[in-house]
Write a protein of this length. Structure first.
Length: 408
């Protein structure tokens, strides 16, 4: 796979940020076909032969139908060479891609497969895949000076255009964690690092033109908003909206989440959170908004492989969830797609919540396979017409983007 590299001016240090932008089509996979809107994209780590560990593992972005049929391997990222991209095989908070406005953003590390303790390396890289199924942008993070997620985990990203994206993770020191924005040239830490603010972040999302993240930190285990709208300036306050610890007992452990506007009044009023606890409160959480606060409706664990049971109590082999995506319509309700917490050969599942009764079953769509693991999952989107005209202009894109999966 050949990526054409375009060197961008960097404001952080002599270790310039390098970004790859296609001159035509960047062939991430010779067999890649255009993506189908409404299908699923799933991030899978591993090569099927090497036991997953904290060492760098291979990354593939896979396309499935919502019924679980395999469509294609969109990208199998190089495991060696200058265009390589890998991720930790056992760092469960890593590996959460996102599809937004026609672009799939994939976080990772510019290390060869097998690199020890890769999540602690200052070698972060992000790739953006276009609707053609090819990589259109590759951005290397700075390796000196101001470094996002210094010596710690780069977990999730979401692209706002073919060359701009938000990134979430944690850092050592913690002041390098939080939410960052890349404008095509330089990185800006948009989330505040003040006391009581969220800096240990997991998944980043955009709903109704607002930036949100999940957090696994003691400042608040839950879903936070970051600033107002799609911020690009530093020091934005983070606000805890959904406290995942209120579901079940003990601290919540939220990862992926989806939010919907069920009555089209421009207010998000329904949310689901993936929680990886295997005790009460873990699994899938449902939350509703009454105009002033979010409240938990239920939390259900996922029955062991070979079953189809959802239940609030624990059981042998029961699993929590990490990756989460979904759609909503007024007739069917919410259809959710999630990845389970087994350390290898975990599952991609679907859950239907009609809103009339608490769901009691799930369907297994795919198994990752031995020495593979599924992490992030999302519904493939297409660009909105206004953003097609503004493609390449980050400021214009940030002003018009809206996340629309089904009727949101």
């Amino acid at each position: 796979m050949n990526f054409s590299l375009r060197r961008l001016a960097a404001s952080v240090s002599a270790a310039a940020i390098i970004s790859a932008l296609s001159l035509g089509l960047l062939a991430a996979s010779a067999a890649a076909a255009p993506l189908t809107a409404g299908n699923l994209v799933v991030e899978r780590l591993g090569d099927g032969s090497t036991t997953l560990s904290s060492a760098a593992a291979a990354i593939s972005a896979l396309e499935y139908t919502t019924a679980g049929s395999s469509v294609q391997t969109i990208v199998a990222f190089p495991t060696t060479g200058s265009d390589r991209q890998s991720d930790s095989g056992s760092a469960t908070s890593d590996g959460y891609l996102n599809s937004f406005n026609g672009f799939i953003s994939v976080p990772g590390y510019n290390n060869a497969v097998g690199t020890a303790s890769v999540a602690s390396q200052n070698t972060k890289v992000n790739s953006i895949i276009g609707t053609s199924g090819t990589v259109v942008n590759r951005t290397l993070f700075p390796t000196s000076g101001t470094m996002p997620f210094t010596a710690n985990n780069y977990r999730s990203s979401i692209a706002t255009s073919g060359s701009t994206f938000y990134a979430a993770g944690t850092g050592t020191p913690s002041s390098t964690g939080g939410a960052w924005y890349f404008d095509g040239t330089a990185f800006t830490q948009v989330s505040s690092t003040a006391a009581g603010q969220a800096t240990n972040l997991r998944n980043v999302e955009i709903y109704n033109n607002q930036l949100y993240t999940s957090s696994g930190a003691s400042t608040g285990y839950g879903i936070w908003s970051v600033g107002s709208g799609l911020p690009t300036a530093t020091g934005q306050s983070t606000t805890l909206l959904i406290n995942a610890s209120l579901a079940g007992t003990g601290n919540g452990s939220p990862y992926g989440f989806v939010m919907f506007d069920t009555n089209n009044d421009s207010t998000l009023d329904l949310a689901y959170v993936a929680d990886d606890r295997t005790s009460a409160g873990g699994g899938i959480q449902k939350w509703t908004f009454n105009g002033s606060a979010w409240s938990n409706s239920w939390a259900l664990l996922v029955g062991a492989s070979g079953t189809s049971t959802l239940q609030s109590g624990t059981g042998a082999g029961f699993a929590g969830l990490r990756g989460l995506a979904g759609t909503y319509d007024a007739v069917s309700g919410a259809t959710l797609f999630a990845t389970t917490t087994e350390t290898t050969n975990n599952r991609l599942i679907s859950i239907l919540d009609t809103g009339r009764t608490t769901p009691s079953t799930y369907a297994t769509l795919q198994a990752a396979g031995a020495n593979y693991v599924f992490r992030g999952v999302d519904v493939i989107t297409v660009p909105e017409p206004a953003s097609l005209a503004a493609l390449g202009c980050a400021a214009a894109a940030a002003a018009i983007l809206g996340r629309r999966r089904a009727r949101r």
